[in-house]
Design a protein around this ligand. Sequence first.
Ligand SMILES: O=C(O)CCC(=O)C(=O)O
Ligand SMILES: [Mn+2]
Length: 224
Amino acid sequence: MKATRLADEAELDGLLLFPGYFDADRQQELLAAVRGVIDEAPLYTAHMPKSGRPMSVRMSNCGPLGWFSDERGYRYVDAHPCTGRRWPPIPDMLIALWNDVAHYSDPPEACLVNVYSPAARMGLHQDRDEADFSAPVVSVSLGDSCLFRVGGPTRSGPTRPYRLNSGDVLVLGGSSRLAFHGVDRIYAGTSRLLAEGGRINLTLRRVTRPQHAAHRAAEAHHNG
Ligand SMILES: O=C(O)CCC(=O)C(=O)O
Ligand SMILES: [Mn+2]
């Protein structure tokens, strides 16, 4: 499938959009898999590290590691903060997506599931709790469309708005890997995929650095 490069600036090289990567049937299939994940690993409310304020987006994870945040800070944990059970595995459809678009030697280790009610939003931030920024973050949108904002590597720089629709895949790789980004608003009622309305976002992430020789060779090749 064809990717659209979203911006011309060198600092956003590697920011790719695959509009409608998942068609309506595949969105239903993926949604069923995500519902299965949430059944095993119920949604929780994460809190901001310093203020302890609750985030408006509810979360879960699948994969060996899951993203979590409370007063002690942002981090990856290998078990659900409430149930203490390991996170369920990443659904095959998402592993296939990673293999298709990530161009990375190793599998993702975490898939954060963000559930947005129509009023939820996510402030401008960088994804930097991972040890390996050479792996992209691969993001899937399901349900209502949203206004997604992307800036550069500094918080104060200019930002651009994009609309993300159900089934779209966005890749933050290369020099856009550390771009500031956030979700300004959800456009309620723009999709019928989720009976309850709102939006689900899935982000596939590599968390640790692979140590094997094949990865080092791939990196050397990549870095020229
Ligand atoms: O919901 C989105 O599209 C973005 C989510 C995000 O930036 C994150 O989970 O770090
Ligand atoms: Mn993010």
